[in-house]
Write a protein that binds this ligand. Structure first.
Ligand code: THU
Length: 130
């Protein structure tokens, strides 16, 4: 996986921050979908690698809620955690179950559950008690 992320990160389009990120998500059928961050001159419409990978999974027919793994690499030497927006997207697209794998430049890996990275997540069940 690290090798794939390392190759993919070259496709990051990040002229503003110069901070490259790549991500690969895996769904319940073991299909893999890749994403990189893409930056625009209007910063608020830039998108993270993780959410681009999740969007690609849906675009290609993966069922929403069935992501089981999210793999992330950035150009930072150290492990980089997903931003808050991506934590929510990972939570929802995995029904709160995804394993998140962070890679550093040496190819070392750290593994977390999304439920640990986003405790007390806002979720579908919160929409019901109205
Ligand atoms: N970024 C990601 O793509 N994923 C993360 O987990 C953290 C941040 C991107 C967004 C922006 O293009 C750049 O990194 C700097 O924030």
């Amino acid at each position: 996986m690290y090798k794939k992320l390392k190759k993919l990160i070259n496709n990051s389009y990040s002229p503003i921050s110069k901070f490259k990120v790549s991500s690969i998500v895996i769904d319940e059928n073991n299909n893999e979908y890749s994403g990189v961050n893409v930056e625009y001159i209007i910063p608020t419409i830039s998108t993270c690698a993780e959410r681009n990978a999740i969007s690609k999974s849906i675009t290609n027919g993966s069922k929403f809620g069935t992501i089981k793994e999210v793999h992330i690499l950035s150009i930072n030497k150290d492990f980089v955690f997903p931003c808050g927006l991506c934590r929510q997207a990972i939570f929802e697209s995995s029904n709160g179950k995804a394993k998140v794998f962070l890679y550093n430049q040496k190819g070392e890996v750290k593994e977390y559950l999304i439920s640990k990275l986003l405790p007390h997540a806002f979720s579908k069940k919160d929409l019901k008690n109205v």
